[in-house]
Structure formats: C-alpha cells, structure tokens
Design a protein around this ligand. Structure first.
Ligand code: AGP
Length: 618
C-alpha cells in the first residue's frame, strides 16, 4: 500500500526511481509520480499520472525529466481523494519550495488544512498529504543564498510534531539539490546506504540491487540524507546511532523466473519453503523454535492463547486454534486484528498473544499488538519479513522465511504460517506433556512428507486447471468445509474473490442449511472440501443437498475415495495424510483453482484491483 522511493547521489535519479517503483508495484497502487530537483533553476520537475507505472514510463518518455541526482517518487493507493493525476504524489507547497511523498494517513489533516488555508496556503488536491507539504513549506524559508540541509530537517521536524496518524515521508527542497529528509511514524520506511549515494524506500526489494546495507527507521525517527552521509535523529532532535543491517536478498526472489505470474511461481515455491522449515526447525525428532524465547516451564504455564491477524493470516490463525487446542490442550481465541483492538479484550497473566502477519506491516495487526502489550500481554509474532515493524514490536518472533511474496494473493506465506503453527502446536503439546508421543512422531513424519505431497499435487495441476476453467463462467461461488477445514473454505473463497472478482463466500458446511442454501441453484458453484475426516459423511450429505437443488459441486477429496465421484461431477484429489494435516494439502488446489479462474477471466492475477500487499493504514 503506497510505495516510496527516494534518491540522493551522483547518478541520474529518474531512471533509478522508475526502476524502484516497478519493484514496489506489488504493494498495490492506482497512480504514481516522480519529482526531482532541477539544480540549475532551483525548482522541481514533476511527472504524475493515474494507472499503471507503464503510464508514468510513457509520460516520462514523451516529456523527459531534466537531469538531476535528487528525487522522490511514489505509488499511491487512494485513501483521501480519487486516484487522479492531481491527487497522485509528490505534492508541492504553495510557494513551490517543498516536495513530499507520503505513505499512511494524516488523521488531523482537516483541522490542519483549515488553519493553513486561513494563513493563505492554496490547496489543489483532496489528499491528506498536501497538508504535510504546506506545513513544511510554512516552516521552511531560508534565504536562497544560504539554504542549509539542517534548515530542511528543522522544518520537517516542526511539521511532523503536529501530525497525527501514520506516516512515512520523503521530503526534498527546490533550493537544496543533494538533500533528502525522511521521517516515520507507523508506516514502514528504510534507508539504504551506498557509496556517494543514499536511498529511502518502503521496502527492501526497491533498493537491494544497489545496496545491502539497510537502516530500518523506527517510529519517531527522522533522517537527513546527503550523498556522503546519513544522520538519524529523534523528532526531539536527539542524535541516534542507528543499527545497520545487511540484507541478503537474491534477485531470483523478486523475478518471475519463467512463470507467467508471481502467484504461480510462489505456489510452486511451497514444497521448498516447507522443506526448509522442517530441516531448520526439527532436530533429532524434536521441534526447535529458537526465536520463541520461552522455556518449557513458561510454555507449561500458558493458560490461554489469543491469536490476532488479518485476511489470510487470520485463516491460518483459525486453523491454529484447532491444532493448538487438540495437541496442547490450551484454549485459543482468534480475532480479526481490527476487531480485537476495539472490543476491550480481557488479558490475564499467563496469556500469550500470537500475532500472525506475512508483511509484519499490517496496521490493524500492529495496532492490536500495541493494545495487547498495553494490557500486559507477551507477544509472539509469526512473520515472514525480517526486520518488519511487527518483528520489532513483538517480544519473540518465529520467522517463516518463505522469501519475498510479490503476488498480492498470499499463497506460500499462508502455508508457511500453517506449517509454523503445526510446529508450534507440537512444541507446546510436548512441553506441556499433553501430546501422546506416538501421535507427535506420526505428525512430525507427516509434516516431513508434506513437501513431497505438494510436488505430487503440482505435477497434476493440469487436471485442476481443467476443472477451474470449466467452472470459470459461474457468477458466484460458495466454499464449504467442516472442522479444521472450515478455515480452508474461508481461505478458498478469499483467494477466489481477490483475484477473479467473483463473489465468493466461505461457510462452515453445517451452517449451509441455516441460510446460504437459499442461494443454491444451477448458477451457483459450490466447492466442497471433503477429505478423509470424521465429518466426511456429513460433507457427503451437504453435497447431496446441493445437488438436489442443481448446484454445481467441485469436491476436494482424498486419493482413493471412489464414493465421492458418484455425488460430485468434478473431483480434485489430494494425497493421503494425517487428518489433522489436511488444511496444508487442501490449500494448494484452492490456490490453483483461484489462479486458473483468474487467468481464464483475464484478470490481473498479481495486482488485483483495489488491493494492496501490505495494508499499512487502519
Ligand atoms: C491475502 O491473500 C490477502 N491479500 C490479505 O488478506 C492478507 O493476508 C492480509 O492483508 C494480511 O496481511 P499480512 O499477513 O501481511 O498481515
């Protein structure tokens, strides 16, 4: 959601910024822009446009930018004001001294706007961001002959102290080529350190080809960047000695590598991701979760677990409830992060809060975590992105290390979260002596074998593609599952609606007769998740109820199930595994069905409309 990239150095800024914006496309956006400083005229040269980055590229091609080695750029995901050229970033102040890009939401923008208007500032956009440019502009008025980098830093400092909400900012001044100021509260921002050049960006993929040395700016910190150095300070003006991390991202991780879409590539990466998780987390038959920072005695003392997450991560959390309760005998509640925060949650001593997030930047989950911490909870995060805000906020962290997930629809991150929850449940069950050791060994063996089963499903993806295409004309879908695969049904529906825009609902199959059955007719496709399980017979009854109302059934069943063929015209088979592990296998055909339907309908698989990869506003 909104991507920022900025540059000061000795090279041309515009090509660098454009290439960086392309690497941030996956975050989700609806317009983009680039602004650079023209050192000769001490003015800005700006290009903005709505739609894809390709539009910006074409615009710059037809109206080239001037030469400059100082610039900022942005992909905007509209919050305040439509996705138009005027509302696209960067935004400039009335006197055209200050240029700003912003990620986040300025909550007090209306009152600030009124005050600024009354003092003569003229606004041209509907955005909250424009108040930031105007506010900084108001404080920035050095005489043109003696403008110093510190003047810009001081003006930004005065302005940020008045802002409420979340923001990551990149700011340049028309009369200061070679100077860039960044600031952050709540929205992610990193600084890349180069030789004779420095960068800011929302995310590592935008700049990792230029530097591996990264500073993760913290909330309440700002930075002054010049080609030679970076100075970090707090909003109060105290100098900060920042930690410099080395990132180890390979170019392959952010390229499609011959796959038609990132989503398909990431689906195919799952066997390898899970295999690596097993190898690094299971040693001599025992689960090793070094990042957990809890002794066996502390694990024994846990009285209750509260899981908070959003979207797909929430569905992983729901599966987590079933497995933690059954293997470790600890009560688990699962909340959508945005609801948890406002429901006055009760937290006792010895409660553990588990926050699950691929990006670690989801504003709702971060807010839920802050709320839980304020109530005295210990936070364990399950997260994919190293160094993310969640990783820094949590008391303990279990990284899934699934690698960058570029497709907006979460695939490998989801199954890695599930896998981690299985490992955690086994660890908890063993430490609390609630798990029958024989069952523990069987499940570990099953988990070890999952990557091989994934490879088998993937080798048969042609038949899944065939079923998906044959049903791609349906105008609406229902996904039904029971017990541990009820969350699988929710996830299947979410995946399909995200990338194909087909209305899709997930339901606990037992709930069908309490309402959704009214929707069943020959125009409704129903995906029935019916692997071998204790509720299999009940699913067959559901399938019959759907068939007798002419609904079109696509069943997901276990290899060797010949009965189901009599009830469902389309059956997707998954290999046999432990019943408790079936959500891991069911996820794969659900992802593939959504993928092939999206492709067939000509949708933008990797960047579906209106969606953002990391949702950094509440
Ligand atoms: C998944 O396909 C979605 N795009 C979305 O629901 C996502 O899972 C959610 O926004 C949470 O993101 P996070 O895991 O980065 O916190």
């Amino acid at each position: 959601m909104c991507g920022i990239i900025g540059y000061v150095g000795d090279k041309q800024a515009a090509p660098f910024l454009l290439a960086g914006l392309k690497r941030l496309e996956y975050r989700g956006y609806d317009s983009s822009g680039i602004g650079i400083v023209d050192a000769r005229t001490k003015s800005f040269d700006v290009r903005k446009i709505n739609g894809k980055i390709a539009n910006l590229e074409n615009l710059i091609h037809s109206q080239p930018l001037c030469e400059s080695s100082t610039g900022i750029s942005h992909t905007r995901w509209a919050t305040h004001g439509a996705p138009t050229r005027i509302n696209a970033h960067p935004h400039v102040d009335t006197r055209k001294n200050i240029l700003v890009v912003h990620n986040g939401i300025i909550e007090n923008y209306e009152s600030l706007r009124e005050k600024l208007q009354s003092r003569g500032h003229r606004f041209v956009s509907q955005t909250d961001t424009e108040v930031v440019a105007q506010l900084i502009g108001e404080y920035y008025h050095p005489s043109r002959s003696s403008a110093k980098p510190e003047d810009l830093l001081a003006a930004v400092r005065k302005a940020v102290k008045q802002l409420k909400g979340a923001f990551a900012l990149g700011v340049i001044a028309a009369d200061q080529p070679g100077v860039l100021v960044a600031a952050r509260v709540g929205s992610p921002l990193i600084i890349g350190l180069g030789r004779g050049e420095q960068f800011i960006a929302s995310d590592v993929p935008a700049i990792f080809q230029h530097t591996k040395k990264i500073i993760y700016l913290k909330d309440g910190q700002m930075a002054l960047l010049t080609p030679q150095c970076v100075q970090v300070s707090s909003f109060d003006g105290h100098k900060v000695q920042p930690k410099v991390d080395t990132v180890n991202l390979q170019i392959d991780a952010v390229q499609k590598q011959g796959f038609a879409h990132f989503m398909l590539k990431e689906i195919h990466e799952q066997p390898q991701v899970l295999k690596q998780m097993f190898q690094s987390r299971v040693k001599h038959g025992a689960v090793v979760l070094s990042g957990i920072h809890l002794t066996d005695q502390q694990l024994k003392n846990i009285k209750r677990i509260l899981i908070v997450a959003c979207g797909t991560a929430y569905h992983a959390g729901m599966v987590g409830k079933y497995i933690i309760e059954s293997l470790a005998n600890v009560p688990v509640s699962v909340d959508v992060s945005s609801e948890f925060r406002y429901r006055n949650p009760i937290i006792h001593q010895n409660d553990l809060v588990i926050a699950i997030s691929q990006s670690g930047e989801t504003a709702d989950t971060l807010a839920a975590v802050k709320e839980a911490k304020a109530r005295g909870a210990k936070i364990l995060a399950i997260c994919n992105v190293v160094g993310s805000s969640l990783a820094r906020e949590a008391d303990a962290i279990l990284y899934t290390h699934a690698g960058p997930e570029i497709g907006v629809a979460s695939t490998k991150a989801y199954t890695a979260q599930l896998y981690m929850l299985y490992l955690l449940s086994l660890k908890l069950g063993m430490a609390r002596k609630q798990l029958n050791p024989q069952l523990g060994r069987k499940l570990l063996k099953g988990l070890k074998h999952i990557p091989v089963l994934y490879a088998k499903i993937l080798s048969e993806k042609g038949s899944i593609a065939h079923i998906a295409r044959a049903n791609s004309h349906f105008g609406s879908f229902l996904f039904l599952g029971r017990n541990i695969n009820y969350p699988s049904a929710l996830e299947g529906a979410l995946k399909l609606k995200e990338i194909s825009y087909i209305p899709a609902e997930g339901y606990a199959a037992g709930e069908m007769k309490h309402g959704p059955i009214a929707l069943i007719d020959e125009y409704r496709a129903v995906v029935c998740i019916a692997p071998e399980s204790d509720t299999y017979e009940k699913m067959i009854s559901n399938i019959q109820e759907i068939r007798s109302r002419k609904g079109k059934v696509i069943a997901i069943a276990t290899d060797g199930d010949t009965t189901i063929k009599r009830h469902a015209p389309h059956v997707i088979y998954i290999p046999q595994t432990e019943k408790l592990l079936t959500p891991l296998l069911v996820a794969l055909p659900l992802q593939l069905v959504a993928y092939y339907i999206s492709v067939k309908r000509g949708c933008d698989v990797d960047q579906p409309r209106n969606l953002a990869k990391s949702v950094t506003v509440e």
